[in-house]
Design a protein around this ligand. Structure first.
Ligand SMILES: [Ca+2]
Ligand SMILES: [Ca+2]
Length: 229
């Protein structure tokens, strides 16, 4: 009887060890598959004296070098968020924040994997990260990417369907010809601008401060470029 009990006990013990090993393995695999550099983020800002007891962090896009290694990564992260409206214009992307995000403005940053440095997106914008502008546009307009800090709009996308199309150009033409009433919801309060151009209106596609027929032409040209790309 004692021998049987010992065997049962050994079997149960082996089962518990095996189960906990499997759970641990799955968790580890999921963790590394989701975020490669989260601990770098925690260590980096802990060293800078930030309170890291509560934070959000996710990796949105990886850029690979010629050796197929990640050389930079677009991240969305915060250690704290305070109320405070602001907006920024990154090429054709307009971000309007409902909060003031710390440590990165707009909760977005580039992690320079090679040099182990984090750069706020406004700071990174004019640095030489290969394909940053194009990849940022694609990532921020990807409906599968969740961005938690405010709203993302595409310049010229006046029907707000998330895509710049000929429909937008036609709508702007109708506003200008007063066939359709001007849509006040397209106005942008440039006094809240933190980065980029002084836009006053979503329809000001060529970013000159006015909505004119030139914006319609600029959108049409852009659409031709998109088709030929
Ligand atoms: Ca549109
Ligand atoms: Ca304009």
């Amino acid at each position: 009887m004692v021998i049987i009990m010992k065997k049962v006990f050994s079997f149960l013990l082996a089962l518990i060890v095996l189960t906990s090993y499997c759970v641990a393995s799955v968790q580890a695999a999921d963790y590394s598959a989701k975020n490669h550099f989260e601990m770098k983020f925690v260590d980096y800002f802990t060293e800078k004296g930030c309170d890291m007891t509560s934070y959000n962090y996710s990796e949105l896009f990886y850029h690979y070098n010629d050796s197929e290694k990640i050389d930079w990564c677009l991240i969305s992260a915060d250690c704290s968020v305070e109320p405070g409206m602001c907006h920024a214009v990154f090429d054709d992307i307009i971000i309007t924040n409902a909060g003031s995000v710390y440590p990165f403005k707009f909760g977005l940053a580039v992690y320079d994997v090679v040099n182990n440095e984090f750069y706020d997106i406004c700071e990174a914008w004019d640095m030489n990260f290969a394909q940053l502008h194009e990849m940022f546009y694609n990532t921020m307009t990807d409906k599968n990417v969740s961005y938690d800090y405010g709203t993302v709009q595409i310049l010229g996308d006046v029907d707000r369907n998330g895509v710049l199309s000929i429909v937008d150009a036609t709508l702007i033409q109708k506003y200008l010809a007063e066939i359709l009433p001007r849509d006040d919801r397209l106005d942008i309060d440039f006094s809240l601008l933190q980065y980029g151009f002084n836009l006053t209106c979503l329809s000001d596609y060529n970013k000159d401060g006015y909505c004119t027929i030139e914006d319609v032409t600029s959108i049409q040209k852009r659409l031709v470029d998109i088709i030929s790309e």
